[in-house]
Design a protein around this ligand. Structure first.
Ligand code: FES
Ligand code: FES
Length: 188
């Protein structure tokens, strides 16, 4: 089974800590800003970021498809850059800012990239979709709103989809990129 020992439920804190602090019981204290809210918790130092998000915070939009850094289903933004959260220890994220798929929509309105995936039907089963969208927003943040198809395909190399054949995903990313207008729109 992928998930290891569970950590206690997190509590909302007033401010982020500077570094993970070891506790007497072998747990470490972390304070991570997730989707704009600071969350503090005592965690097993082996806790992966994806595990922290899914199990501690119940943010299950971030998926686990492989657990071996292959599929990209677990992509989140870590301090504004795409990261595979199955390869990151939560303890190393103390003081960091994390954005998950749940943090993209604002005021009940989908992020332009989410809307583009909806309009272009860039999904079938949807399992890869959160990671695809988080990766796509990062691509546009780095490459701009006019990013071309070839670049999109190259940049999405680390995100696997079993269903779509990628055609609609690439079309969605192009449309989402144009809608984003090259501006950084991910919640930081
Ligand atoms: Fe992280 Fe597959 S679960 S890359
Ligand atoms: Fe099913 Fe991509 S839509 S894995």
């Amino acid at each position: 089974m992928f998930f290891r020992k569970k950590s206690p439920a997190p509590v909302v804190s007033a401010g982020a800590g500077a570094a993970a602090r070891p506790a007497a019981d072998g747990m470490v204290k972390v304070a991570i800003t997730v989707n704009g809210k600071v969350v503090a918790a005592d965690i097993d130092p082996r806790t992966l970021l994806v595990q922290f998000l899914r199990e501690n915070l119940r943010l299950t939009g971030t998926h686990v498809g492989c657990d071996t850094s292959q599929c990209g289903a677990c992509v989140v933004h870590l301090d504004g850059r795409a990261a595979k959260s199955c390869t990151v220890l939560a303890a190393t994220c103390d003081g960091a800012k994390v954005t998950t798929i749940e943090g993209l929509a604002k005021d009940g309105k989908l992020h332009p990239m989410q809307e583009a995936f909806r309009q272009h039907h860039g999904l079938q089963c949807g399992f890869c979709t959160p990671g695809m969208i988080m990766a796509a927003v990062d691509i546009v943040n780095r490459k701009g709103g006019g990013v071309d198809e070839r670049t999109i395909r190259e940049e999405l190399e680390g995100n696997l989809c079993r269903c779509t054949g990628y055609h609609n995903i690439v079309a969605a990313v192009r449309a989402g990129a144009a809608a984003m207008g090259g501006m950084r729109q991910a919640a930081e």
